[in-house]
Design a binder for this molecule. Sequence first.
Ligand SMILES: Cc1cc2nc3c(=O)[nH]c(=O)nc-3n(C[C@H](O)[C@H](O)[C@H](O)COP(=O)(O)OP(=O)(O)OC[C@H]3O[C@@H](n4cnc5c(N)ncnc54)[C@H](O)[C@@H]3O)c2cc1C
Length: 384
Amino acid sequence: MKFDVVILGAGPAGLAAARAAGRRSASVALVDDNVTAGGQIWRGAPRIAVPAGVRFFPQTRVFDLRPGFTLLTESHGAMEASRLILATGARELFLPFPGWTAPGVFGAGGLQALVKSGLPVAGKRVMVAGSGPLLLAVAAALRTAGARVVGIAEQAPLGRIVPFLAKYPAKLPQAFALRARLVGVPYWTGTWPVRFAEGMVTLSGGRTVSVDYLACGFGLVPNTEAAQLLGCRLDDGFVAVDSRQETSVAGVYCAGEPTGIGGLDKALEDGERAGAAATGQAVNPSRGAFVRDLAAAFHLDPRLFDLAEPSTVVCRCEDVSCAALRPYREWREAKLMTRCGMGPCQGRICGPITNCLLGWSAESVRRPLVPVAAEILLKDVFEP
Ligand SMILES: Cc1cc2nc3c(=O)[nH]c(=O)nc-3n(C[C@H](O)[C@H](O)[C@H](O)COP(=O)(O)OP(=O)(O)OC[C@H]3O[C@@H](n4cnc5c(N)ncnc54)[C@H](O)[C@@H]3O)c2cc1C
């Protein structure tokens, strides 16, 4: 299958790119591993439509990308493109503390996604903890679903959050609207969970709270692996793009969270620019500083990196503890000796954790991008 433009990721950035590219090109494909378009924020929302004329491939996992812009998928084989737009979004950052792998502890966005998919939380006592604006969105969504939100523990101090909001007054209505849905729910700033055991969360400062679920996320990590496979340059962990969203590889564009964590508005603006640029249309300039200011406001307190005890699991796929990693100097050595990062998530969870706790970084990304049936890999090898 051949297209002028293939867009990987049908979140807000990918949808905006599809809309912009579809204005100029008749041959645009949008690929996503979910059942419907919408990405994280619009997951399961009923009225998210794919732009007319754009061919949508749902439930299509891309497990490899090759130079010359060929995407390999499980369900539709190879897809070729003249231009490629990567809009692969972000995932949550987890930080280990005693009990973080116990039943009842979820990712904050993860629990929200489960609720959107039907997990009942009515009447459940839930604490939301970690960092960033996502905590308020998750808490509000959980409350709407009937959960008893017993508190929100935000690690950033109020003294950093207030000036950030004051600098971006356009964001205030959204923040106030979320807060209005959370009347009566305490918002503890400069506070984080230090332990979870048998339904009891202990917070920094000593407060203990009984919960059914603890929903925890310490910000977002960009999904840069697809761009890395194509050799796109990273800058401080994000895909480097120019003012037209083009990466260091000509013809490959990137939009949304992989180029900087900035939420919905940035994702939409990036996507519009990438779709326009990839099809030769005029491009609006980027507005820039928000991503940097957001990161500074919710910068993680280094004390969060000392919560894990020697027995605390760091790599949950391969069951590797904090103590087992300490003797090693870097990621590759630890992988070879302990299997840390070699399970099904391929280091997507423990990689960023070891970066925070031990200063390690993964030098390379391996194929396939996601676990894929051996039968499909063999087909790729023997019938390329
Ligand atoms: C778990 C989670 C929940 C969130 N919930 C909210 C919220 O409620 N409110 C809010 O304001 N912000 C939320 N965010 C922040 C959110 O990331 C942004 O606001 C916005 O959705 C970013 O849009 P995007 O298009 O860049 O990425 P995304 O919306 O993440 O879209 C990326 C898409 O690419 C797909 N994809 C990635 N790799 C592949 C592959 N190899 N093959 C096929 N498909 C692929 C993903 O499945 C996803 O659908 C959430 C983030 C996370 C991680």
